[in-house]
Write a protein that binds this ligand. Structure first.
Ligand code: DX5
Ligand code: ZN
Length: 220
């Protein structure tokens, strides 16, 4: 497993200055940009939508990773055409397979996300069709929530299961509650680490991103 990549949650930025914030993240060495989309139903807040997605897409060339926390995602995935990655939740409706097919149809790599309380079996039926399993390490809804450590054990387990199936090329992502205190530990379990609020805290993205990448063992 190579060093983890950092995908920065853009909802934690100053969205009134979106273009500048994206340029700043790129300059600071963010590997990917992560856009959380919540429909007020699957996750309580209404946050992130196709208009914001289009603006983010226009202002960054970094890989854009869209995390759909919405019910029945198969009906909504196409609104995010142009994303590099589209991740849907296994818990979000009866048509997970169709949602993945939609993500691929619009040219994205497909991911499946699991909430902390969801067993890994939620993803096994489609493991051969996806590019990433995103283990959400907080109850989805709010930035800055507390990390659920049991997710690290799940990360180990899913790797074993992916290897058994011969699908070890599937990335393992961990999202939520990751800050500079737990980054080194989480980075040992993940190919992609998503962090939002901790990137924009304190000294700001320049020094925080450098510290995240150092924690992951990434070279300058
Ligand atoms: C869970 C979201 C996360 C979260 C990350 O609700 O999927 O992407 O907002 O934010 P932090 O890093 O602040 O927990
Ligand atoms: Zn997310």
């Amino acid at each position: 497993m190579s060093e983890a990549l950092l995908s920065v949650g853009i909802l934690s930025a100053d969205l009134g200055r979106l273009a500048e914030e994206l340029a700043r993240l790129e300059q600071a060495g963010a590997d990917w940009i992560h856009l959380d989309v919540m429909d007020g139903c699957f996750a309580p807040p209404i946050l992130g939508d196709a208009a914001l997605f289009k603006a983010v897409r226009r202002y960054t060339k970094l890989p854009l990773d869209v995390h759909l926390m919405v019910q029945n995602p198969e009906k909504k995935v196409a609104q995010f055409e142009g994303a590099d990655w589209i991740t849907v939740h296994a818990e979000a409706g009866p048509h997970l397979h169709r949602a993945i097919a939609e993500a691929k149809r619009v040219g994205a790599k497909a991911g499946v996300a699991l909430n902390p309380g969801t067993h890994l079996s939620g993803v096994m039926g489609v493991a051969g069709e996806i590019d990433m399993v995103l283990l959400v390490a907080v109850d989805p809804g709010f930035g800055g929530a507390k990390f659920v450590p049991a997710v690290l054990g799940k990360a180990d387990k899913i790797r074993e299961k992916l290897a058994e199936l011969g699908t070890e090329g599937v990335k393992v992502g961990i999202d939520g509650g990751i800050n500079l205190d737990n980054a080194a530990q989480v980075g040992r379990y993940a190919d992609v680490v998503v962090s939002g609020s901790a990137v924009f805290k304190g000294a700001g993205p320049e020094s925080n991103i450098a510290a995240f990448k150092k924690a992951f063992g990434q070279k300058d």
